[in-house]
Design a protein around this ligand. Sequence first.
Ligand code: BGC
Length: 827
Amino acid sequence: MTPDQQRETAVEAALGKLDLTGKVALLAGADMWSLPANEDIGLGRLVMSDGPAGVRGENWTADDPSVSVPSPTALAASWSLELAHQTGRLLAQEARRKGAHVVLAPTINLHRSPRGGRHFEAYSEDPLLTGEIGAAYVSGIQSGGVGTTPKHWVANDSETDRYTVDVRADERTLRELYLAPFEAIVRKATPWGLMAAYNRVNGHSMSEHDELNNRVLREDWGFDGILVSDWTGARDTVRNALGGLDIAMPGPVTVYGEHLVNAVNEGLVPEETVDALARRVLLLAARVGLLADAPAVVPAEQLPAPIDGEALVREVAAAGMTLVANDGVLPLAAGLGSVALIGAAAAEARIGGGGSAQVFPTRVVSPLEGLRTALPQGTALSFAIGADPNVHLRPLAAATQARFLDRDGGELGSVALPDGTARWIGQLPAGLSFEGLAAVELTGTLTPERTGAHRLGIRGVGSFALEADGEVLFDGLLAPEGTDPAAAFLNPPERVFELELNATAPVALKLRYLLPENSGFAGFGLVSFLLGHGEPIGTDDQLLDEAVAVAAAADVAVVVVGTTEEVESEGVDRASLALPGRQDELVARVAAANPRTVVVVNAGAPVLMPWREDVAAVLLSWFPGQEAGSALADVLTGAAEPGGRLPTTWPATEADVPVWEVAPTDGRLDYEEGLFIGYRAWQRRDGAAPAYWFGHGLGYTEWSYEGLELRLLAPASGGADPYAGVAEAVVRVRNSGARAGREVVQVYLCPQDGDVTRPGCALAGFAVVTAAPGELAEARIELPLRAFQIWGGVDGWVGRAGDYQVRAGRSVADLPLSVALEVPLPS
Ligand code: BGC
């Protein structure tokens, strides 16, 4: 028997031993992150954990750290399938270390609008790039024997009213854009799972969508993995079961369990449907090695060699950093006398976006630390905050004790926390339960670094009492803001108090949180709040003046600007693309003081850069993960080349953005732009050009594009496999600069049939090449059948024979080579 047959046999044997209740028990969470074990059938407890930028595990606190990898936009910006695969392997290693069997990743929704709050967590505005990077990442994780769930299936491209919004999109738009990366990943990388989005598509909630889940995904594409709900997204027993939802998460309170047993007994759901769902859950368990008599897909002795996480994260971060403008100031000259580093994010890098993708890093290298280590002895490094765009206080940095109290104030237990963050969702620290828990009290000692007005803050929803050295600063209620049910832990309100303190005179802090009578969120217990602190840092004007002074005195100024947690996070969309706070003013003033100003943009999604033509260089560092500062220093000093190319077009103004609206009207969000998002839309514009086009990015050498040849592959390859090559493009590029370099060669297919319903030019393939100075490199890029097809409704995918231009170059707007291609396709 092959391992596949062995798994199938074991699954059927296990299923045969279960009665209806036993089968139904497999289909819902036992708790926040796991499916229940069943000893009678040799089934182990199956744990899922969030990704995609690290594996958090079952705890949402800093005392259980994870390797924090660069955010998906950074990974996509590398255009490197090799690094995406390696990142996946690292995450499998992390999942195993943390006892997780499935990573809830990757996020492969599209960058439909730059306002999407989770833009940082997805790859690109282009479905081909998204699918390629996603497939490499999935196969990397699964090569480590750990499952994946590409998410959120489908059309969860913005956050406003995400639980209920009904996305309206025509079939062609869905097929050619939003379904396309899911299809590519399902067909190429066989993910063992998928996560259903909260939203509706054309009237049906995605966890109930019979047509998309059962027909398209399973029948047409042959997907044999599990479909898990997004957390709390399963809302209707019968429709979820009939709609093909295998797992309702989290538990223990779900619409499955006894509700599903009753629905079967009442004849509303056939028992065979439950069998089909249970069979897929058992197959997943078998694949990850949790079912008796079934070989894991990757047996322990075949696990890949361990990966050095810190080294890989540093490499990926540098490979994703995208240099969009450079007058030659970068890489920094070796003999510089002094560098001024400016910006709040230079001292405290934003390493990842907010929400469920958050992980707590094993360490963080800030740009300040990274540069201090990398700059030669003789180069002086000065620092100024310049502008602090953060609206909320950071958690108290001092170690904190959390005490768990009963109704009479008796201590049920206590744990030490690394900072002032209290967060337990569904599960409390070992030995404690939500039963009988009445209050959680944080205590810590703050030893001020500076004399002056310090700020203390409470961030959370509920009833709080805050004391400093016995004096009560607050005793009352903080109410939630907004309507997202998860806002209480994703975007809670904050109350700030000022306190005059003397440097080095310690003050004892106590923050008590009273759990409400009906505590919890969607059936599971929740404690989530933080005790924040801010040192006196001076007025905004003082900060700006200080920055200008250090910039004027240095040979080069490096300003790190970026977005904040309030701007880019799960659960909310962005109101504006402007940098928050006074950061634009900061850049403008620093640039006026020092012509050699380099701006580093620490953001996961496009921001406006009104000063971009007045500075010497602009480097996008995205959310670079925990090794942020080391990778940034590598790129600034030239130890590494900035490898990134834009995975998404960056607009110059908000008014030009092709798709701005992300809020539903009467519950509906119409994707009325159809296929025209991102560069597909910009190409149709007369007049308005973006700041930087899709694909753009500079390295530290020059390339000349010398030749493009096409070879038609047998048209027969235009058979069943939509990813088989129809033609091969051979692109010759020469490194015409003075140092070795890496280039991302991009090939676009531009139909010449005058059909205005088709985008002008669309990415059809790409390859990474490297070459020494003067050396010629050859990229061989297959153009897949799918690039020559359109969705023809009842006719399905229709091949479009005829005239095309195949263009090659370094961005969608810079394509020096072009060859005509006539395609004789079987239709
Ligand atoms: C997010 C998912 C995530 C889940 C569990 C949801 O709110 O949309 O991406 O995996 O929570 O944290």
